[in-house]
Design a binder for this molecule. Sequence first.
Ligand code: FE2
Ligand code: FE2
Length: 199
Amino acid sequence: MKTAQKAAPKKSASKSSKQQKSNSQNSQEATGLRDLFQDSLKDIYWAEKALTKAIPKMIKNATSEELVAALTDHLNVTQEQVTRLDEVFNTIGVKAQAKKCEAMDGLIREAAEIMESTAEGVVRDAGIIAAGQKVEHYEIATYGTLTAFAKILGENEAAELLLQSLNEEKEADDKLSEVAEGSINLQAAGEDAEEEEEQ
Ligand SMILES: [Fe+2]
Ligand SMILES: [Fe+2]
């Protein structure tokens, strides 16, 4: 908060059509949440863009057809989510801008490490799913918060768009659980048994 105006109020901000200053008592808090909302949007914008580059690497490393299909589907969804965020920025009248998301950067690096350190096949597939679900959970938390922020800020159009992405992330998470529980985890556990027999 670098500008705490104490004395003479400055000339009314006539250029801004946003009527957030109706209650001067709360203006600082509302402005604070709006700033946080915008910062978080820039963060997830960076994250989604980074994922459009990271998911293809996961697809390349995956073996199970079902997993490849699930990831390919979610890559398309992710690209649409980037476009949807453009719309969100547009509806709130803020220039679309990406700000590095350290958390997503870490999750993507972790995914790369898992892929390097696992044997190709079901075990690597299980690792890709684990890494993918961490990503989805981060996104679910982010879109959940952003939807709530948008609602409270009266940005209903943005809230609806963000809710759509939230639901898509939940679907992706469920799909990954389904793929894992369907066969991959069981087969990967079978690899353990084989390894033990060999020893
Ligand atoms: Fe996403
Ligand atoms: Fe996602």
